[in-house]
Write a protein that binds this ligand. Structure first.
Ligand code: ZN
Length: 189
């Protein structure tokens, strides 16, 4: 069975047998329920091992926070997509604190502009298309030194971002993708 068909079949079964804790949300207020109860936004990595780990490890339940995921929890500019998500979280949804959560063993450490370029060429991407993004590609891929430094860089970028108000707290954390152990990198008092 193709993966997408498997997903659809699973969903049919899921909806027919909704778990009690999900049923409880069926009649919740739509406006209220989209506001993050903890007024928190988490910017973290798309790493598969963080699924179902990061939330309980941080005490985050459904409805508590906005979670934004990018590769390596990278932010590449003061108005990039992650910042746009944070802007909506702050200005429309009442977020007051941001936690940037990187993790050990992040794939971005091994990803280089050369490895990406080589793989793209092998998959038939035209060299002209690669040329268009080459400068950004190098800046972004080579800019990621290690997960902790990256968290520091992203926290600084967000603190200095002219579109984010100064009363928003931005904390830096690292999570271990196998044990869930959190390490504080920087705390915004
Ligand atoms: Zn990662």
């Amino acid at each position: 069975m193709a993966l997408i068909d498997e997903i659809l079949a699973t969903n049919e079964n899921f909806c027919a047998n909704l778990p009690e804790e999900i049923k409880a949300y069926e009649h919740e207020d739509h406006h209220e329920s989209k506001l993050p109860k903890k007024k928190l936004a988490i910017l973290t990595c798309m790493d598969t091992r963080l699924i179902g780990l990061l939330e309980p490890a941080m005490g985050i339940k459904r409805g508590d926070a906005k979670i934004i995921k990018t590769v390596g929890n990278c932010v590449t500019g003061y108005f990039d997509t992650a910042v746009k998500s944070l802007m909506v979280a702050i200005y429309e949804l009442g977020v007051m604190e941001i936690a940037v959560v990187g993790h050990a063993e992040c794939g971005m450490q091994k990803t280089t502009s050369e490895s990406l370029k080589k793989a793209m060429l092998e998959r038939g991407i035209s060299p002209d298309a690669i040329k268009l993004v080459e400068k950004d590609l190098i800046e972004w891929a080579e800019g990621f030194k290690d997960p902790e430094q990256n968290v520091r860089d992203v926290v600084k970028l967000l603190k200095d971002d002219p579109l984010i108000p100064k009363d928003i707290k931005v904390h830096g954390l690292l999570i271990h993708p196998r044990t869930g152990k959190l390490t504080l990198v920087s705390k915004d008092e």
